[in-house]
Write a protein that binds this ligand. Structure first.
Ligand SMILES: O=C(CO)COP(=O)(O)O
Length: 140
């Protein structure tokens, strides 16, 4: 599975705790991250992470583009719910695209843990079915 990991600055320590706790699971998957988040994950864990630009410099949009191409299976985006971001439109766009393409998305640590445990037990295997199917959003 391809997993995107993103955290706003005040949430980065929490992201590091999460990836450290779930490192054995995460190590079995392909990891993507915005620039600074990815750097900190690599420094803390040594996990292999493909880094994009920093969020405020377009990293959220780069990951959003991957979502729109059905190349991301799970998004963990630890947003800061108590601080305004200069690139709020980019943040909202990434979350909107996750909904458009029905990609499992966690925006807090509680949901992130549920999704990572689900990932480990095969609950996200349905994503392999849609990998080759979706070029456009599903018409319900
Ligand atoms: O701002 C972010 C997401 O909106 C995260 O970007 P960084 O990982 O580069 O700090």
């Amino acid at each position: 599975m391809k997993i995107a990991l993103i955290a706003h600055d005040r949430q980065k320590p929490l992201m590091i705790k999460l990836v450290t706790a779930y490192q054995p699971i995460l190590a079995q998957h392909e990891l993507f991250a915005t620039g600074t988040t990815g750097q900190k994950i690599i420094e803390a864990t040594g996990l292999s992470v493909k880094r994009f630009k920093s969020g405020p410099l377009g990293g959220d949009q780069q990951i959003g583009a991957l979502i729109s191409e059905n190349k991301i299976d799970l998004v963990i985006f630890l947003r800061d719910p108590l601080a305004a971001q200069p690139h709020e439109p980019d943040v909202n766009a990434l979350i909107r695209l996750s909904d458009v393409y029905e990609v499992p998305l966690a925006t807090n640590i509680g949901t992130a843990e549920v999704l990572l445990r689900g990932l480990d037990t095969g609950l996200l295997d349905f994503r392999t079915i849609v990998h080759d199917q979706i070029d456009t959003p599903i018409n319900l």
